[in-house]
Design a protein around this ligand. Structure first.
Ligand code: ACM
Length: 542
């Protein structure tokens, strides 16, 4: 099983699914029972009616407050299966575990003949280490069609991941329909071409790229995720990574300083650029409206505001920005970003939500309610937790799944240092220097999938799996983990991924069609990356 349950006892005997078997139970666990019915019905062909009498020949979901949050007890006996949980998420995780006790073919989406659907008698008591077990998906650099997003969520949920951090806007594209500002998707969702590969002088590929999700698409994604107990946390990135929004509404950009010849336009290069939002009141008002529409689509308590890698040179050089700072009594450009973050934070808080941003939002003083995604090593996690902010650990050198997987020359468009399955597995999300009280602020862990060089679901599969399996186990299991045992279970688990049609990376490296000899990468070493991160974070460490 993967992730490994906390306690497994096996017994003699087994329960065998039949056409007469019932499935149902507590109405609070409808998501879990519906999902399980869908999975079982497709492959077994059994109708699994929602009978009232669930004592025998049935799979029953039962509510019990004694089960820890997010956890479950799964009890398989000769006459039936009981999944007991205190909350919907725990019931769903119990259902996932049940599918892992069945042959891998149970995951097929069409009728499978000739299999006895036997579940060995077992008692499992299980609960997750973290409440936030996430994966970030960047759909801004490359748009991912909705059907692929749904499939990505389904496979993630089968690993008991429960948060999709949905990176919806960046320099290279704006992907969410906003009624008040139609140009965001009319203009901001499209770029004329993309840089081909990761080299500094990478040529343009000459192919336009774009796409966006309508509000109905996004509501469907949210509902599909909710049916798998996955929360979609949307992210709208500001005040940097804003070329697409400025292309749509140029008045939102700082413009009283020299501009690049191609500005304003949706960016066609990768990396970080100098464009930044103007900090006038009109920008704050604009983003309040955007976030109002975003909150209307996404029920998530956490709403992403970005905040990373905002180059502040134009703020420093801009006469209008400088006079705004004087007017507001703001001394530094870092404090100006903090001011903007606090405006968004206050707006989200007033609506009963919480701002969620990259660890740069710690610079210049962080608004009280905000939660931090700590990506530049673990420095942000330490700084955030010590100052009483909740934090999600996603240190780049352990969980950036766009980084190359090995030193093999055939790794597709290699960027960053090598990051192996074993290295992901070795991540301890809670920095050692935190006290026990500070450590309670580390609410979870997530992997991040940046898609500059990942242009399709097939490439996502290659980069994500099996490293995301390792991350899922880091998020679920306690500190005590054993890689050798994980590797053995992973072998079995890959058979499930095969059945699901996931094109994971083979341990031997890329298959010929997974290589990209046409596109140059920009790999670095661990030491080079660590030195860069140390330089980038010197302010929050000081
Ligand atoms: C990031 O990698 N810029 C959060």
């Amino acid at each position: 099983m993967l992730p490994l349950p906390a306690s497994i006892q096996t017994h003699d005997g087994a329960f065998t699914l039949r056409s007469t078997t019932g499935l149902g139970g507590d109405r609070r666990f409808t998501a879990a029972s519906r999902w399980l019915r869908g999975v079982l019905q497709a492959s077994t062909g059994f109708d699994l009616d929602a009978r009232i009498d669930l004592r025998t020949d049935s799979i029953a979901f039962i509510q019990d407050d004694a089960v820890p949050a997010g956890g479950y007890r799964l009890s398989v006996e000769d006459d039936g299966v009981r999944i007991t949980a205190s909350d919907a998420s725990g019931a769903f995780s119990g259902a996932v575990t049940l599918t892992q006790l069945l042959p891998a073919a149970v995951n097929r989406q069409g009728l499978v003949d000739g299999i006895e659907w036997r579940i060995p008698a077992t008692t499992i008591d299980d609960a997750p280490r973290f409440g936030w077990r996430g994966v970030m998906l960047d759909v801004a650099r490359h748009f991912l069609p909705k059907a692929d997003v749904l499939r990505f969520i389904d496979v993630a949920a089968r690993h008991k991941l429960n948060v999709l951090h949905f990176h919806l806007t960046d320099d290279q594209g704006w992907r969410v329909q906003i009624d008040a500002y139609p140009r965001l998707t009319e203009v901001g969702a499209w770029r004329s071409e993309s840089a081909h590969g990761a080299a500094r002088q990478a040529p343009g590929d000459g192919r336009p790229h774009g796409g966006f999700y309508t509000k109905d698409d996004l509501r469907e994604i949210v509902a599909y995720a909710a049916a798998r107990c996955v929360t979609v946390v949307p992210e709208i990135n500001a005040p940097g990574h804003a070329r697409a929004v400025i292309a749509a509404y140029p008045e939102l950009g700082v413009s009283d300083v020299p501009q690049e010849p191609d500005e304003p336009s949706v960016w066609t290069r990768w990396g970080i650029n100098e464009a930044i939002l103007d900090m006038g009141q009109h920008t704050v008002d604009f983003f309040r409206t955007v976030f109002d529409e975003v909150m209307e689509i996404f029920p998530s308590e956490y709403i992403g505001i970005g905040g990373d890698e905002a180059k502040k040179g134009r703020w420093a050089a801009s006469p209008s920005t400088q006079s705004l700072m004087v007017e507001r009594g703001i001394g530094t450009v870092e404090e100006l970003q903090a001011w903007f973050v606090s405006q968004l934070d206050a707006h989200l808080s007033a609506a009963g939500r919480r701002a969620f941003g990259w660890d740069e939002i710690l610079e210049g003083g962080l608004a009280s309610g905000a939660t931090v995604a700590s990506w530049r090593g673990e420095f942000g996690a330490v700084a955030a937790a010590r100052s009483g902010h909740d934090v999600v650990a996603c240190p780049d050198d352990r969980v950036y799944l766009d980084y190359r997987e090995s030193e093999l020359p055939g790794e597709p468009i290699p960027v960053g240092p090598p990051l192996t399955v074993a290295e992901v597995y070795a991540l301890e999300p809670v920095p050692a220097e935190l006290t026990e009280a500070e450590a309670t602020h580390v609410i979870g862990v997530q992997a991040n999938i940046w898609t500059e060089h990942i242009d399709s679901a097939r490439v996502i599969d290659y980069m994500a799996y099996p490293r995301l399996c390792a991350l899922a186990e880091v998020a679920w299991v306690g500190r005590e983990r054993h890689f050798a045992g994980f590797e053995t279970r992973l072998e079995e688990h890959l058979a499930r991924l095969d059945v699901l049609g996931v094109e994971y990376r083979r341990a031997t490296g890329p298959l010929p069609w997974q290589e990209r000899p046409d596109a140059e990468g920009r790999p670095s070493t661990r030491e080079q990356r660590a030195a860069l991160v140390a330089e980038l974070t010197k302010d929050i460490r000081a």
